[in-house]
Unconditional design. Sequence first.
Length: 901
Amino acid sequence: MTDNDALLQLLNQPKHTHTQHSAREAHQRIHNRLATKDWDSLTDQEILQRLREQAQIAQTQFEGIDSQLSESTRKVQQLASQAHDELHTLKPMCEGVHEEFIKYEDDYIDYYESLMTTRLSADKNPGTALGDGGSKSSRLVDAMAEQLGWLQELRKLKLWFTVLLGFRERTHALLQSANQPAPHASAATHELDALADQLFELVQSYQEFRALAYAPSGHRTHLHLYEYIHQILRQSLHALIDIVSAHVAQVLEDEIEWPQPSRAPLDLQSPSTARILSSFKTAVHFQNKLSSQPQLVSLAEKRPDEGEEHGVVWLPLAEGSVLLKAILQPIVLRFRFHFDGQRPTNRLDKPEWYFNHVLDRLLEHQKFIQSDMQKLFDLSGQGYIQVFHGFTVHLIKLVEKKLKRSVPGILDMKPILAHTIEKAVAFDHAIYQMNYLSPPAAAGRSAQWLGTADGILSNPHWFTTWFEAEKRFVNDMCLEIISSKDTWELHWEDERASRMQVPGTNSAVQMQEVVEQIKSKYEGLPRLSYQVEFLIKMQLEVLEQYSQRIAGVLDGFERSRLIHVVAVDLARAKVNAGIKGLERLVKVYMSANCILVALKSWDDDLFYAELYDKLKREKLAHNADVEALLKSIEETGGMDGTLFSPLVARFEELSRRAEAGIVRQVVQEVTTELKPYFAKRWDLADEETSEGEGGGGSGREIDELSTEIVAAMSVWKSRMGYLAGTVGPVVKLHKLGKQIGKEVERKLLEQMVFHPFSIRAVTLRGALQFEFDVVFGWLNVLPTTTTTTTTPSYVEGMDDYLARPGSWRLAKYFSKLMDCCKLLAYPHSSVIPSSSSSNAASPLPPFDHLVKLTFGDSVDGNQDDDGRWTSFAKERLGFSSSLSRAECQLVLKRRPECWRS
C-alpha cells in the first residue's frame, strides 16, 4: 500500500463500527514508513517538494470526499422527507384499516355470540330444529319488503317529476306564445286574453291538484311539490306582466323618449300619443282580464288571506297598476345600474348620491306625471290611480331596500353609519317639505309613512349601534371641552352672548353648541322613542355633567375656605385667594348664567314644547327614564314645567352658590384689609379755625383718606372694577354689587357703630374723616373725569357727587352707612341746609337739640313719637335708608357731646 492510499484510507468516511480503529492503524503505518525511509540521499529541497506534492494530493482527495459527504447528506434528508410524507399519507389509511378491523372483529364476535345463543336455544327446544332455515327466510322477506318500499318511492318520484315537468312545459309554452309579437292591436288583445285563459287553466289545475292533499278527515298533507308548482306559476305570471309592461315602456321610449324629461305637454290628438294610449289600453285590458278571477290571480298590493295565500297566485304591483310598473321600469333599471352594481357611483360612503338621484327624478317628472301622464291613465281606464303618488312610493321603496342592503356593511364604520342616517333624515324631510307624499282622502290610506330613516332605526341592533357611537362621540367632545386649558376663559365673540348680553366662557358656549348638535341629530327622527333616547341619555346627561363640573369647582372653593379657617394647608387655600380666585369664581358664575339663559330660551322652543306634550300624552311602556324625568319636572316646575325645568333649577342653584361665593370672596378680602382701620381711634381733637365763631368749623379741611384704609380701598376698587368690566347683564352686575355693598356696609356698621361691647368714641373731626373715607373711598370705585378738591358734606355738594355717572349705584347700597355718617358728622351749632332740601329757609337744630329729638324730647319739652322722628329724619336730615330711631340713638352715643347733652 502506497502512502497516498494510506492517506485516502485515513480520510475516508467510516463504513463500519471498527472504522476509527482502522484509521488509527493506517495512520501509524504511514508514520512508520515515513520515519524509516532513507532521507539521507535527498536534499532538503527535494524533501520539501515531495511533502508538498503529498499534501496537495491529500487536499484534493479530501475535497472529493467532502463533496461526497454533502451529496450523501442531502440525499439522506430528501429520503427522510419523502418517508415522512409517505408516513403522513399512510397514517390515516392505517387508522381507517385499523378501525375497519376493530369493527369487523366486533361484528364477528357479535355474530359468533348470536350463533352460540341460537345453538343453545335449539338444544333446549328440539322442536325448532329448522330455526336456521327460518332465520334465512325472515332475512329474505325483510330484503324483499325493503325493495318493494324503494319501488314505491320511485313510483312517487316518477309521479312528482311528471307533474312538475308537465307544469313546466305548459308554462314554457305559455311564455313562448306571449313573446310572439301580434300584427295589430286587436290581435294583441285577443292573444293576451288567450294567454290569461291559459294561465287561469294552469292555476285551476294547480288548485285541483292541491285539493288532493286533503285527506277525508280534513287534514291537509304538506308537500313541497305544491310549493314548487306555486313558485313556477308565480314566475310565469311575473314574466307575463314583464312582457306587457316592457311593451308599454318600449312604446313610451319610442314616442316620447321616456324617461327623459319632457319639455312640452303631450298633444292628445297626435299619432304618437294615440299609439301610447293604445298600448296603455291593451295593458289595462290584460290587467282587468287577470283581475277578473280573484280566486285564481291577485295583483293587489295587499297580501291575500291566510286561507287563500297558497291557492291564489299573488303578484303585488305598484298601486295595482301594470302601467305604473311600465313607467317605473326604466328608472328602476337606471337606479340599479348605478347603485346596485360595481359602478363607481355605488359607494357606501356616498348615500347622498342615490338620495339625490331619487329626488332629482321626482323633481323633473312631477309636472309631466301629474298632468299628461295622469290624463293618459284617465283615458285608459285607470283614473282612480294617483300616478305621481304611486311613482313616489315606489322610488322610496327602492331607497329603503338599498338602505337595508347597505347598512349591515357599515355597522363597523361608525362615521359612515351616522352620515347615512343623517342623509336619510334629510331625504325624508325633503319628501315631506315638497309634499311628495300627500295622498288624497280618496286613496283610503290611513297608515303614516315614517320615513326611510325608520327602516334603519326600527332595527334595535342598528339603532343601538348608531346611538352608542353618537354617545361616545359626544362624551369625548364634552371631556375635551371641560378638560382643555381655556375651559373657563371668557368668550366675547359669541353671537348669542352678545345678543342676550350674557357673556359666557368657552366651555359654556361650546356646551351650547354640543346641545344644539344633539338636537339636530334627533329633531327629525320619526318616532318618539328614538327622540327620548337622545334627549334623556345624551342631551340632558351632557348638561348634567357640565353642572357637576361647575359644582365641583364651587366645592373646591368652599373646601379652600374651610382650609383657610382651620389653618390647614394654607398653600392650597391661597390658590383660590386674591384676584385669581375671584376670576375663577366669576367665570364659573358666568358659565352657569350662560347655560341658564340658554335653557330658558330652549324652554320657549316650539320643538321642545311639542316634545314635552308628546311625553305627557303618549306614555311609553315600561320606560323608567321617562317616568323619572316627568316626575322631576312636576317636582321642580309644577304646572308650568318644561323639559328643562330640573336643569333650570339646578343651574339657578349653582348660580346662587357662585354669586354667594363671589360676595363672600370680595367681602372677606376687603374685611381682612380693614383690620387696621377697625382698630383706629376716631376721637380726634377738633382744630379751631378763624371762622370758629360759627361753631360749625372743624379746623383744617380733610382732603385725603385714612392711611389705614388705603390697602382695603385698593382691594375694593380692583375687585369691583373687575366685576364691572366682566359681569353681565347689568341686572346681574347690580345684584352682585348690591349684595357686596350691603355686606361691607354691615361689616362697617357692626365694627364702627353697632358693636355691643365697643366703647369707641367718634368726635366731629373723626366723623368727618369717616365720612370722607366713605364718600371718596367706598363710593368712588370708578374713575371720573373731574377732580374734587373740596370736602363733601351732607350740607354741600354731596347729592351732586353721589348722582354722578359711573358710581355703581353704591349710594343706594351704602345708604344706611351714609345716614350714620350724617348723624356722626352733625355740627355742634345750627346750620342752613343745602338748596336741594325741601325746607331751605328753616335752619337745622343744633346738636344738643338733635340729641333730645332722637332720645325722645322735642325742643319744647314734649314727647315725640317715632312717626314725627321719621318725618324729621327724611325731610330735614335727608335720610334715605330705613335707619330706625333706636339705631340712631346708638350712632349718636358714639359722639362724646351726646353724653353732655
